[in-house]
Design a protein around this ligand. Structure first.
Ligand SMILES: C[S@@+](CC[C@H](N)C(=O)[O-])C[C@H]1O[C@@H](n2cnc3c(N)ncnc32)[C@H](O)[C@@H]1O
Length: 255
């Protein structure tokens, strides 16, 4: 369910449609880059690695594929793509936060997994049409100022029959998980954010999940962006959704 554009965010943050929204989000990720991985592991009890692996399963990449991970942050999803793709093929990770990209480059060096990490706005990707076999986005889609445009950009840079994968946090619909989720996300996460020294950023997290479409809503947006064979998978009792879609024109019968 999407928030109405007229809804004033409780935090006083700029409206998603405003020009300040993207720079506000970028500033926030610049600030929290140093604690981002630790906070992820704390908030998910380390499960985020498994979720990324499931997302990469859905990207259906193999040796020699060309893959792009947008909103790559500190690089974990792009590095997992490189593990699957092996030494041949192209793996690109892009983000608009330089501090996040610096950490991703350091990790790529430490793990001996070469990825081209570079600056790019997900709403205006600097790659040509039909450049990649797969495009992924992990926990980034809900931060985009214009989700429809982000999905359209993913479709544009994919080859015919290419795969898009969106890994996101979603709100579980059923009890008892929905109550636990509210307690954890709306109360505990902002408190953890205070401990991490950035209450604003971790107050934004539940707010951004609330204003993101539910799984059928995201699937409908992927349909409008031109994807076919749209599927989603719910993990962790419905807290995590992995959507995948294919660009038209690929081999018949591809899953
Ligand atoms: C929650 S982090 C996710 C990082 C990483 N994908 C992961 O799985 O942990 C969201 C990332 O999206 C990036 N981002 C948000 N909007 C963006 C945009 N319009 N263009 C590029 N990067 C963007 C932020 O800088 C941040 O690194």
């Amino acid at each position: 369910m999407e928030a109405s554009p007229d809804t004033e965010p409780a935090s006083g943050r700029p409206h998603r449609e405003s020009e300040e929204f993207a720079s506000d989000v970028r500033g926030m990720f610049d600030r929290i880059a140093g604690v981002y991985d630790l906070m992820n592991s704390t908030m998910t009890a380390g499960l985020h690695h498994q979720w990324r692996q499931r997302a990469v399963d859905r990207a259906v990449v193999g040796p020699g594929s060309d893959a792009l991970d947008i909103c790559c942050g500190t690089g974990d999803l792009a590095l997992e793509l490189r593990r699957r793709i092996g030494p041949d093929g192209r793996v690109v990770g892009s983000d608009f936060s330089e501090p996040m990209l610096d950490l991703a480059r350091a990790k790529s060096g430490e793990q001996g997994l070469p990825v081209e990490f570079g600056w790019a706005d997900a709403l205006e990707l600097p790659y040509g049409e039909e450049s990649f076999d797969a495009v992924t986005v992990g926990f980034g889609a809900r931060n985009l100022a214009d989700l429809d445009r982000g999905l359209a950009e993913m479709a544009r840079v994919l080859r015919p029959g290419g795969r898009a994968v969106v890994l996101e946090i979603t709100r579980p619909q059923r009890e008892p998980l929905s109550s636990f989720y509210s307690l954890w996300f709306d109360r505990a996460v902002p408190l953890l954010g205070q401990l991490a020294g950035d209450p604003d950023a971790y107050g934004y997290l539940p707010e951004s999940v609330r204003s993101f479409p539910d799984p059928p809503g995201l699937a409908a947006k992927m349909d409008v962006a031109g994807f076919t064979r749209i599927r989603w998978l719910l993990l962790a009792g419905g807290i995590i959704a992995i959507h995948s879609g294919t660009t038209p024109g690929g081999p018949e019968g591809a899953a």
